[in-house]
Design a protein around this ligand. Structure first.
Ligand code: ZN
Length: 115
């Protein structure tokens, strides 16, 4: 087996200079007669985990308008964000804390949907 590291499934190319296993820009000189079956592709593509966007509406009593509630939108797509002023100024707020803490008992750790 010939190990071929690359981002693309390798192919075998015969040239006047010899036989090469090619994966993207990675050319490896291989013995003549080498076929795809002789290649052991090592996929070096960076694995990017896509995190689904989560949204929560958090109702919070209004300080300026007693009896009224403000609704904030907390979002999580790898990091938390919130639409409230507290988040805008401090990059953290109690709405995010509330959401992130709500995952602790069932998931055993903070962070929604992070596997
Ligand atoms: Zn907030």
């Amino acid at each position: 087996m010939i190990k071929v590291k690359g981002y693309i499934n390798p192919t075998v190319i015969n040239t006047v200079d010899g036989t090469f296993a090619v994966s993207g820009s990675n050319w490896i000189n291989v013995p003549e007669g080498t076929t795809l079956k002789d290649l052991n592709w090592i996929d070096i593509t960076p694995k990017i985990k896509k995190t689904k966007l989560h949204k929560w509406e958090v109702k919070s009593p209004s300080k300026s308008r007693p009896g009224k509630f403000n609704t904030y939108l907390v979002k999580f797509d790898g990091t938390y964000s919130c639409t409230c002023l507290g988040y805008t100024y401090r990059r953290k707020c109690r709405h995010i804390t509330k959401i992130s803490e709500s995952f602790r008992p069932s998931r055993g750790r903070a962070g929604a949907g992070v596997v």
